[in-house]
Write a protein that binds this ligand. Structure first.
Ligand code: UDP
Length: 319
Protein backbone atom coordinates (compact mmCIF):
# COMPACT_ATOMS: atom_id res chain seq x y z
CA UNK A 1 0.00 0.00 0.00
CA UNK A 2 0.96 3.64 -0.42
CA UNK A 3 1.25 5.12 3.05
CA UNK A 4 2.03 8.53 4.53
CA UNK A 5 3.71 8.71 7.93
CA UNK A 6 3.62 12.17 9.51
CA UNK A 7 6.28 12.59 12.16
CA UNK A 8 8.18 9.64 10.72
CA UNK A 9 11.52 11.23 11.64
CA UNK A 10 10.64 10.93 15.32
CA UNK A 11 11.17 8.07 17.72
CA UNK A 12 7.89 6.14 17.37
CA UNK A 13 7.07 7.33 13.84
CA UNK A 14 10.51 6.19 12.66
CA UNK A 15 10.03 2.69 14.05
CA UNK A 16 6.57 2.39 12.50
CA UNK A 17 7.89 3.69 9.15
CA UNK A 18 10.70 1.11 9.31
CA UNK A 19 8.26 -1.74 10.04
CA UNK A 20 5.98 -0.58 7.20
CA UNK A 21 8.89 -0.54 4.76
CA UNK A 22 9.91 -4.02 5.96
CA UNK A 23 6.34 -5.20 5.38
CA UNK A 24 6.65 -4.13 1.73
CA UNK A 25 4.64 -0.89 1.77
CA UNK A 26 5.50 2.23 -0.19
CA UNK A 27 6.15 4.78 2.55
CA UNK A 28 6.44 8.56 2.46
CA UNK A 29 7.55 10.33 5.62
CA UNK A 30 6.36 13.90 6.17
CA UNK A 31 8.23 15.66 8.96
CA UNK A 32 9.24 19.28 9.55
CA UNK A 33 12.27 18.18 11.61
CA UNK A 34 11.22 20.49 14.45
CA UNK A 35 12.01 17.65 16.85
CA UNK A 36 12.78 14.74 14.52
CA UNK A 37 16.03 13.69 12.83
CA UNK A 38 16.34 13.16 9.06
CA UNK A 39 18.51 10.08 9.67
CA UNK A 40 15.68 8.43 11.63
CA UNK A 41 13.74 8.08 8.38
CA UNK A 42 14.22 4.50 7.16
CA UNK A 43 16.28 4.23 3.96
CA UNK A 44 13.43 2.64 2.00
CA UNK A 45 11.05 5.56 2.62
CA UNK A 46 10.68 8.81 0.68
CA UNK A 47 11.26 11.85 2.88
CA UNK A 48 9.41 15.15 2.48
CA UNK A 49 10.43 17.94 4.84
CA UNK A 50 7.19 19.82 5.49
CA UNK A 51 4.57 20.41 8.16
CA UNK A 52 1.24 18.61 8.37
CA UNK A 53 -0.53 21.75 7.11
CA UNK A 54 1.42 21.27 3.86
CA UNK A 55 0.37 17.65 3.30
CA UNK A 56 -1.93 18.34 0.33
CA UNK A 57 0.81 17.85 -2.26
CA UNK A 58 1.88 14.42 -1.06
CA UNK A 59 -1.56 12.95 -0.29
CA UNK A 60 -2.97 12.09 -3.74
CA UNK A 61 -2.79 8.35 -4.33
CA UNK A 62 -2.21 7.59 -0.65
CA UNK A 63 -4.14 4.66 0.86
CA UNK A 64 -3.74 5.57 4.53
CA UNK A 65 -2.08 8.05 6.88
CA UNK A 66 -0.22 7.26 10.10
CA UNK A 67 -0.29 10.47 12.07
CA UNK A 68 2.47 10.97 14.66
CA UNK A 69 3.53 14.57 14.08
CA UNK A 70 2.64 16.47 17.25
CA UNK A 71 3.92 18.57 20.11
CA UNK A 72 4.34 16.17 23.01
CA UNK A 73 5.88 17.87 26.04
CA UNK A 74 3.40 17.97 28.90
CA UNK A 75 5.20 20.76 30.78
CA UNK A 76 5.48 22.93 27.69
CA UNK A 77 1.77 22.38 27.00
CA UNK A 78 0.93 23.86 30.40
CA UNK A 79 3.15 26.90 29.69
CA UNK A 80 2.01 27.37 26.09
CA UNK A 81 -1.44 25.80 25.63
CA UNK A 82 -2.16 27.77 22.44
CA UNK A 83 0.79 26.13 20.73
CA UNK A 84 -0.59 22.68 21.56
CA UNK A 85 -4.12 23.47 20.41
CA UNK A 86 -2.79 25.02 17.20
CA UNK A 87 -0.39 22.21 16.30
CA UNK A 88 -2.12 19.14 17.65
CA UNK A 89 -5.74 20.00 16.98
CA UNK A 90 -5.50 22.75 14.32
CA UNK A 91 -2.75 20.94 12.41
CA UNK A 92 -4.64 17.65 12.49
CA UNK A 93 -7.89 19.26 11.31
CA UNK A 94 -5.96 20.75 8.37
CA UNK A 95 -4.52 17.29 7.65
CA UNK A 96 -8.00 15.72 7.80
CA UNK A 97 -9.30 18.37 5.37
CA UNK A 98 -6.45 17.65 2.96
CA UNK A 99 -7.16 13.93 3.28
CA UNK A 100 -10.81 14.45 2.40
CA UNK A 101 -9.88 16.63 -0.57
CA UNK A 102 -7.46 13.96 -1.82
CA UNK A 103 -9.90 11.10 -1.17
CA UNK A 104 -7.72 9.48 1.51
CA UNK A 105 -10.09 7.70 3.88
CA UNK A 106 -7.92 5.88 6.43
CA UNK A 107 -5.97 7.14 9.41
CA UNK A 108 -4.13 5.57 12.34
CA UNK A 109 -3.66 8.22 15.02
CA UNK A 110 -1.10 8.42 17.79
CA UNK A 111 -3.19 9.14 20.89
CA UNK A 112 -2.13 8.91 24.51
CA UNK A 113 -2.88 7.71 28.02
CA UNK A 114 -2.82 11.42 28.93
CA UNK A 115 -6.39 11.59 27.55
CA UNK A 116 -7.54 9.80 30.73
CA UNK A 117 -5.95 12.21 33.21
CA UNK A 118 -6.06 10.99 36.82
CA UNK A 119 -7.77 7.59 36.55
CA UNK A 120 -10.22 6.30 39.13
CA UNK A 121 -9.23 2.65 38.77
CA UNK A 122 -6.73 0.28 37.20
CA UNK A 123 -6.15 -1.10 34.71
CA UNK A 124 -7.64 1.67 32.54
CA UNK A 125 -10.25 0.61 30.00
CA UNK A 126 -11.06 2.53 26.83
CA UNK A 127 -14.56 3.16 28.20
CA UNK A 128 -13.22 4.91 31.32
CA UNK A 129 -13.73 8.68 31.71
CA UNK A 130 -11.40 10.97 29.77
CA UNK A 131 -10.48 13.97 31.90
CA UNK A 132 -7.06 15.17 30.75
CA UNK A 133 -5.10 17.21 33.28
CA UNK A 134 -2.97 19.15 30.79
CA UNK A 135 -3.35 20.78 27.34
CA UNK A 136 -1.25 18.05 25.69
CA UNK A 137 -3.74 15.34 26.74
CA UNK A 138 -6.68 17.65 26.03
CA UNK A 139 -5.48 18.39 22.49
CA UNK A 140 -5.01 14.67 21.76
CA UNK A 141 -8.47 13.90 23.16
CA UNK A 142 -9.93 16.65 20.97
CA UNK A 143 -8.45 14.91 17.92
CA UNK A 144 -9.95 11.60 19.06
CA UNK A 145 -13.32 13.35 19.34
CA UNK A 146 -12.92 14.89 15.87
CA UNK A 147 -12.05 11.48 14.40
CA UNK A 148 -15.24 9.99 15.84
CA UNK A 149 -17.25 12.80 14.21
CA UNK A 150 -15.42 12.52 10.86
CA UNK A 151 -15.99 8.77 10.80
CA UNK A 152 -19.70 9.27 11.36
CA UNK A 153 -20.07 12.21 8.99
CA UNK A 154 -17.70 11.39 6.15
CA UNK A 155 -17.13 7.65 6.44
CA UNK A 156 -13.51 8.08 7.59
CA UNK A 157 -11.89 4.84 8.76
CA UNK A 158 -9.91 5.71 11.89
CA UNK A 159 -8.04 3.97 14.68
CA UNK A 160 -6.60 5.83 17.68
CA UNK A 161 -3.93 4.05 19.69
CA UNK A 162 -3.54 5.35 23.22
CA UNK A 163 0.06 4.81 24.22
CA UNK A 164 1.19 4.31 27.77
CA UNK A 165 4.96 4.65 28.45
CA UNK A 166 6.88 3.80 25.32
CA UNK A 167 10.54 2.85 25.68
CA UNK A 168 13.26 0.60 24.27
CA UNK A 169 14.82 0.61 20.82
CA UNK A 170 14.15 -1.21 17.56
CA UNK A 171 16.69 -2.93 15.35
CA UNK A 172 15.38 -3.37 11.82
CA UNK A 173 16.10 -6.30 9.49
CA UNK A 174 18.86 -4.23 7.82
CA UNK A 175 20.59 -3.79 11.20
CA UNK A 176 19.68 -0.11 11.63
CA UNK A 177 18.69 0.87 15.13
CA UNK A 178 15.95 3.34 15.99
CA UNK A 179 16.11 4.88 19.43
CA UNK A 180 14.75 7.70 21.53
CA UNK A 181 16.82 10.89 21.19
CA UNK A 182 14.84 13.94 22.11
CA UNK A 183 16.67 17.25 22.36
CA UNK A 184 14.58 18.05 25.42
CA UNK A 185 14.41 14.71 27.22
CA UNK A 186 11.72 14.42 29.88
CA UNK A 187 11.26 10.64 29.92
CA UNK A 188 12.43 8.50 32.79
CA UNK A 189 14.39 5.69 31.12
CA UNK A 190 16.53 7.86 28.78
CA UNK A 191 17.23 10.24 31.66
CA UNK A 192 18.34 7.39 33.91
CA UNK A 193 20.50 5.89 31.15
CA UNK A 194 22.10 9.31 30.54
CA UNK A 195 23.55 9.02 34.07
CA UNK A 196 24.97 5.60 33.25
CA UNK A 197 26.53 7.18 30.14
CA UNK A 198 28.07 9.83 32.42
CA UNK A 199 26.24 12.61 30.59
CA UNK A 200 24.55 13.59 33.87
CA UNK A 201 25.61 13.17 37.47
CA UNK A 202 22.28 11.99 38.85
CA UNK A 203 18.64 11.54 38.01
CA UNK A 204 15.80 13.26 39.84
CA UNK A 205 13.02 11.12 41.29
CA UNK A 206 9.92 13.27 41.05
CA UNK A 207 8.08 12.52 44.27
CA UNK A 208 8.38 9.70 46.80
CA UNK A 209 5.14 10.40 48.66
CA UNK A 210 2.61 9.00 46.20
CA UNK A 211 0.01 6.47 47.40
CA UNK A 212 1.93 3.57 45.80
CA UNK A 213 3.82 0.67 47.43
CA UNK A 214 7.20 2.48 47.43
CA UNK A 215 5.88 6.05 47.17
CA UNK A 216 7.07 6.64 43.59
CA UNK A 217 4.84 6.81 40.48
CA UNK A 218 3.85 3.61 38.74
CA UNK A 219 3.77 3.40 34.94
CA UNK A 220 3.08 0.79 32.28
CA UNK A 221 6.16 0.53 30.00
CA UNK A 222 5.73 -0.85 26.50
CA UNK A 223 8.48 -1.79 24.05
CA UNK A 224 8.54 0.46 20.98
CA UNK A 225 8.75 -2.60 18.69
CA UNK A 226 5.54 -4.06 20.19
CA UNK A 227 3.86 -0.67 20.02
CA UNK A 228 4.83 -0.19 16.38
CA UNK A 229 3.53 -3.64 15.42
CA UNK A 230 0.09 -2.65 16.72
CA UNK A 231 0.00 0.11 14.08
CA UNK A 232 0.28 -2.40 11.26
CA UNK A 233 -2.58 -4.39 12.76
CA UNK A 234 -4.59 -1.18 13.14
CA UNK A 235 -4.12 -0.42 9.45
CA UNK A 236 -5.74 -3.74 8.55
CA UNK A 237 -8.53 -3.12 11.06
CA UNK A 238 -9.51 0.32 9.68
CA UNK A 239 -13.07 0.13 8.54
CA UNK A 240 -15.14 2.76 6.72
CA UNK A 241 -17.29 4.93 8.97
CA UNK A 242 -15.77 3.54 12.14
CA UNK A 243 -13.44 5.09 14.72
CA UNK A 244 -11.88 2.58 17.05
CA UNK A 245 -9.87 3.45 20.14
CA UNK A 246 -7.36 1.04 21.68
CA UNK A 247 -5.10 1.30 24.71
CA UNK A 248 -1.55 0.09 24.26
CA UNK A 249 0.41 -1.02 27.28
CA UNK A 250 1.53 -4.25 28.90
CA UNK A 251 -0.94 -4.19 31.77
CA UNK A 252 1.81 -4.24 34.40
CA UNK A 253 3.04 -1.28 36.40
CA UNK A 254 6.58 -0.51 37.52
CA UNK A 255 7.50 2.23 39.96
CA UNK A 256 10.23 4.80 39.32
CA UNK A 257 12.31 3.04 41.99
CA UNK A 258 11.84 -0.33 40.27
CA UNK A 259 12.82 1.12 36.89
CA UNK A 260 15.92 2.63 38.49
CA UNK A 261 17.00 -0.68 39.94
CA UNK A 262 16.48 -2.48 36.59
CA UNK A 263 18.59 0.24 34.93
CA UNK A 264 21.32 -0.26 37.54
CA UNK A 265 21.33 -4.01 36.91
CA UNK A 266 21.39 -3.67 33.13
CA UNK A 267 24.12 -1.01 33.01
CA UNK A 268 26.20 -2.09 36.00
CA UNK A 269 26.33 1.59 36.96
CA UNK A 270 25.29 2.81 40.40
CA UNK A 271 23.18 5.67 38.91
CA UNK A 272 22.82 8.18 41.75
CA UNK A 273 19.24 9.37 42.26
CA UNK A 274 18.09 12.52 44.04
CA UNK A 275 14.59 12.96 45.45
CA UNK A 276 12.84 15.97 43.95
CA UNK A 277 9.43 17.62 44.19
CA UNK A 278 6.51 15.95 42.49
CA UNK A 279 6.16 16.97 38.84
CA UNK A 280 2.85 18.87 38.49
CA UNK A 281 0.12 16.85 36.80
CA UNK A 282 1.74 13.40 37.26
CA UNK A 283 -0.90 10.79 38.19
CA UNK A 284 0.26 8.28 40.84
CA UNK A 285 -0.51 5.22 38.72
CA UNK A 286 -1.10 4.71 34.99
CA UNK A 287 -1.61 1.11 33.90
CA UNK A 288 -3.44 0.04 30.75
CA UNK A 289 -5.83 -2.69 30.02
CA UNK A 290 -4.87 -3.76 26.50
CA UNK A 291 -7.44 -6.53 26.46
CA UNK A 292 -9.48 -4.85 23.74
CA UNK A 293 -6.66 -4.70 21.17
CA UNK A 294 -5.59 -8.23 22.11
CA UNK A 295 -9.12 -9.48 21.59
CA UNK A 296 -10.01 -7.50 18.44
CA UNK A 297 -6.70 -7.38 16.58
CA UNK A 298 -4.79 -10.31 18.05
CA UNK A 299 -2.00 -7.98 19.24
CA UNK A 300 0.27 -9.51 21.86
CA UNK A 301 3.34 -7.92 23.39
CA UNK A 302 6.47 -9.96 22.62
CA UNK A 303 8.92 -7.93 24.70
CA UNK A 304 6.90 -7.20 27.79
CA UNK A 305 9.72 -7.55 30.31
CA UNK A 306 10.95 -4.26 31.72
CA UNK A 307 14.47 -5.72 31.72
CA UNK A 308 14.33 -6.34 27.96
CA UNK A 309 12.91 -2.86 27.34
CA UNK A 310 15.72 -1.23 29.32
CA UNK A 311 18.38 -3.56 27.88
CA UNK A 312 17.35 -2.71 24.30
CA UNK A 313 17.34 1.03 25.06
CA UNK A 314 20.80 0.69 26.65
CA UNK A 315 22.27 -1.43 23.83
CA UNK A 316 21.19 1.17 21.24
CA UNK A 317 22.98 4.07 22.94
CA UNK A 318 26.38 5.25 21.75
CA UNK A 319 29.08 4.73 24.38
N1 UDP B 1 10.29 10.71 36.25
C1 UDP B 1 11.27 10.91 37.20
N2 UDP B 1 12.46 11.48 36.80
C2 UDP B 1 12.70 11.85 35.49
C3 UDP B 1 11.68 11.62 34.53
C4 UDP B 1 10.49 11.05 34.95
O1 UDP B 1 11.09 10.60 38.37
O2 UDP B 1 13.79 12.37 35.20
C5 UDP B 1 9.03 10.06 36.65
C6 UDP B 1 7.80 10.87 36.31
O3 UDP B 1 7.48 11.74 37.36
C7 UDP B 1 6.76 9.76 36.12
C8 UDP B 1 7.56 8.59 35.59
O4 UDP B 1 8.93 8.87 35.91
O5 UDP B 1 6.23 9.39 37.36
C9 UDP B 1 7.47 8.44 34.09
O6 UDP B 1 7.69 9.70 33.51
P1 UDP B 1 7.89 9.91 31.94
O7 UDP B 1 8.16 11.37 31.70
O8 UDP B 1 8.90 8.93 31.44
O9 UDP B 1 6.50 9.50 31.31
P2 UDP B 1 5.00 10.01 31.62
O10 UDP B 1 4.40 8.96 32.51
O11 UDP B 1 5.07 11.36 32.23
O12 UDP B 1 4.38 10.00 30.25
Amino acid sequence: MKLLVTGGAGYIGGVVAAQLVEAGHEVTVLDDLSTGHADAVPPGARFVEATITEAADVLPGTDAVFHFAAKSLVGESVERPGLYWAHNLGGTLALLDSMRAAGVGRIVFSSTAATYGEPERHPILETDPTRPTNPYGASKLAVDTALTAFARLYGLAAVSLRYFNVAGAYTAADGRTYRERHTVETHLIPNVLAVARRLRESVGVFGTDYPTPDGTCVRDYIHVADLARAHLLALDACSEGEHRIYNLGNGTGFSVTEVLSVCREVTGHEIPAVVRERRPGDPAVLVASSEKIQRDLGWKPERASIREIVADAWAALPR
